[in-house]
Write a protein that binds this ligand. Structure first.
Ligand code: ZN
Length: 342
């Protein structure tokens, strides 16, 4: 088969790779229905996270099970499945507490921008649907695999509840789906921080009631104005920079909650500022597996349409253009077709 490799900054190649095989008895092999490019893939793409050797890319996936290892009990060939970017046994004490993305057996997926994928710990990682889903729902099901699951965790970890005020920092695909998630969890007011018109529009479609385009201390001042001077109940940090993290902490009322789901790059917290902010901080790699059954149901029942964040669709062999478009902010998120059609 052919798969996606990153050779260095802005050097994506789609090239011959060995066909994935069952290597452990708990593995499954999937033929992917679709895959995509993640905002977090842009960190190594831009050279901010260094790669020392050609590295396979991709960690968002859904598709049909082709083969399973001898010890796989619940996942069967022919099933349509969705899995998380982090594998999990779903049985260890951390998994049972709902933090499958830190499972004691976790591996991070990294070869999913390809037509065929090996998934370790298949029974714990994959969630099957009862029937094969209709084609038009594939983008939204793919979104549950990471970008929606991460936005959902942002809202859950920030304690979004009916009637609360939520602020979302970041208008990438995760931020936009954090807006959708906050809406589903009943937030009364959802303030999206965004400077881009097309993204503001999608944020409003997903449930944002207010848009704040200022950033940094000016952004914080706007949030204070909108919240009677005290700050928001819940702030969802979906970027991972020093500026976005401080913007989140300073926009939160004492006793409120900040979640952080963007992979941090260069973030350092100041002790006294943190002390006097008197907030709850909760974040990390989203335990998507915890939410998958519920999110898949919401998609299959057409209660939500997270697939709308894909504003560019390309055949898999044009993956390099998919990265370029996101890097240059011409696209929010690129879906990669695996059906061979152009
Ligand atoms: Zn586990």
């Amino acid at each position: 088969m052919q798969g996606t490799m990153l050779y260095g900054p802005r050097d994506i190649r789609f090239e011959d790779r060995p066909d994935p095989k069952i290597t452990k008895p708990t593995d499954a092999i999937l033929r992917l229905s679709a895959t995509c490019v993640c905002g977090s893939d842009l960190w190594p793409y831009r050279g901010i996270a260094k790669v020392s050797e050609p590295t396979p890319m991709g960690h968002e996936y859904c598709g049909i099970v082709e083969e399973v290892g001898k010890e796989v009990r619940n996942i069967k060939p022919g099933q349509f499945v969705v899995g998380s970017f982090a594998t999990s046994d779903n049985t260890c004490v951390i998994c049972r507490d709902g933090y499958q993305s830190s499972c004691v057996q976790r591996e991070f997926m990294s070869t999913a921008q390809a037509p065929i994928l090996r998934v370790p710990l298949a029974d714990g990682t994959l969630v099957p649907t009862r029937d094969h889903p209709p084609k038009e729902l594939i983008p939204s099901l793919l979104a549950t695999s990471d970008v929606l699951g991460t936005g959902w965790f942002a809202a859950d970890a920030a304690n979004v509840k009916p009637g609360t005020t939520a602020v979302v920092v970041g208008d990438g695909a995760v931020g936009l789906l954090a807006v959708l998630s906050a809406k589903q969890m009943g937030a009364e007011r959802i303030i999206a921080m965004s400077r881009h018109e097309s993204r503001q529009k999608l944020a409003r479609e997903f449930g944002a009631t207010d848009i704040v385009s200022e950033r940094g201390e000016e952004g914080v001042a706007r949030i204070k104005e909108l919240t009677k001077g005290i700050g928001a109940d819940s702030v969802l940090e979906c970027v991972g920079t020093q500026e976005s993290m401080m913007q989140a902490i300073h926009s939160t009322r004492p006793g409120g909650f900040v979640s952080y789901v963007g992979v941090p790059h260069g973030v350092e917290l100041d002790g006294p500022q943190l002390f006097f902010a008197e907030i709850h901080l909760h974040g990390g790699p989203a335990p998507v597996r915890r939410y998958l059954p519920e999110l898949i149901d919401l998609v299959l029942n057409e209660k939500i349409n997270p697939g709308k964040v894909f504003d560019l669709t390309l055949p898999l062999d044009q993956v390099a253009e998919g990265y370029r478009a996101m890097d240059e902010r011409r696209a929010i998120k690129t879906l990669l077709r695996t059906d061979g059609r152009k």
